[in-house]
Design a protein around this ligand. Structure first.
Ligand code: NAP
Length: 252
């Protein structure tokens, strides 16, 4: 029996925890070779051990916002695999504060990772992409619905979501599809660091599905968009949020 990602080569930036690690696990289970990145060597080593994929896992330490690191990454992928079939531009950081508290340094840090990182990850990997390759960008529900204190974070996510439109048009003639996912409240390290316990309990009733999301919920959607099952899905954003953006919870 064949799997959706047999012999496919997938790059997942920020693959050492949360949504990136869950996606690596999912694609690996479906036959892919995965390349994961992250800035922390200890976390990379732990992810490799957890994935337990032998030579089907390549871990590369690097900062998604560094063009030199991206060059080293693409050279290593070229060397090991010679091509990429899937790019999940997932690496990102949270930043929540009222607009008046956003410093120039914080603006630059978050733009660098969340926008510049995604932009140049795609630019640098396009030459390696095979025919019918798929790019998936990790955006956020907050680009669809205003969240106080999220002006900087949401602006970065709106920017990378916009790339799906332009790049779907630009790369379409090469057979490359470009989509994004917009996760809702997903229980990862980022979510736990950003919210107090009180805030976490307060957000659950906002979700029509009545629960927080899991990294696997998002990985399932990324795997779909990256697979041939989504061969006619292009330039789209798939919101995985249990209905947070679209509907108001409550009985009729
Ligand atoms: N959790 C949510 O509720 C939620 C909702 C909407 C969107 N998202 C998006 O989902 C993505 C993944 O977040 P997550 O929730 O899975 O958080 P997470 O568990 O904190 O994972 C973030 C991953 O990105 C890596 N990373 C961060 N900055 C990086 C950089 N400059 N270069 C390379 N790797 C970097 C981290 O590793 P190192 O720190 O070791 O580098 C880690 O592997 C982010 O883009 C986030 O904005 C999350």
């Amino acid at each position: 029996m064949t799997s959706r990602f047999d012999n496919k080569i997938a790059l997942i930036t920020g693959g050492t925890s949360g949504i990136g690690l869950a996606t690596a696990r999912r694609l690996l289970a479906e036959g892919a070779h995965v390349v994961i990145t992250g800035r922390d060597k200890t976390r990379l080593d732990a992810a490799v051990e957890e994935l337990d994929g032998g030579d089907r896992v390549l871990a590369m330490r690097g900062d998604a916002a560094s063009l030199a690191d991206l060059d080293a990454l693409t050279a290593a992928v070229q060397d090991r695999h010679g091509r990429l079939d899937v790019v999940f531009a997932n690496a990102g950081v949270a930043s929540f504060q009222p607009i008046g508290d956003v410093t120039e340094a914080e603006f630059d840090r978050v733009m660098d990772i969340n926008v510049k990182g995604v932009f140049f990850t795609i630019q640098k990997t396009v030459p390696l992409l095979s025919d019918n390759a798929a790019i998936v960008i990790n955006a956020s529900w907050t680009l669809h619905r205003g969240l106080p204190a999220a002006s900087l974070y949401s602006a970065t996510k709106a920017a990378v979501h916009n790339l799906t439109h332009t790049l779907a048009a630009e790369l379409g003639p090469k057979g490359i599809r470009v989509n994004s996912v917009s996760p809702g409240y997903i229980e990862t390290a980022m979510f736990h660091d950003a919210l107090t316990d009180e805030e976490k309990s307060a957000v659950v009733p906002e979700v029509v599905s009545g629960r927080l999301g899991t990294a696997d919920d998002v990985a399932d959607a990324v795997a779909f968009l990256a697979s041939q099952e989504a061969s006619y899905v292009n330039g789209q954003d798939l919101i995985i949020d249990g209905g947070l953006v679209a509907a108001i919870p409550g009985a009729a």
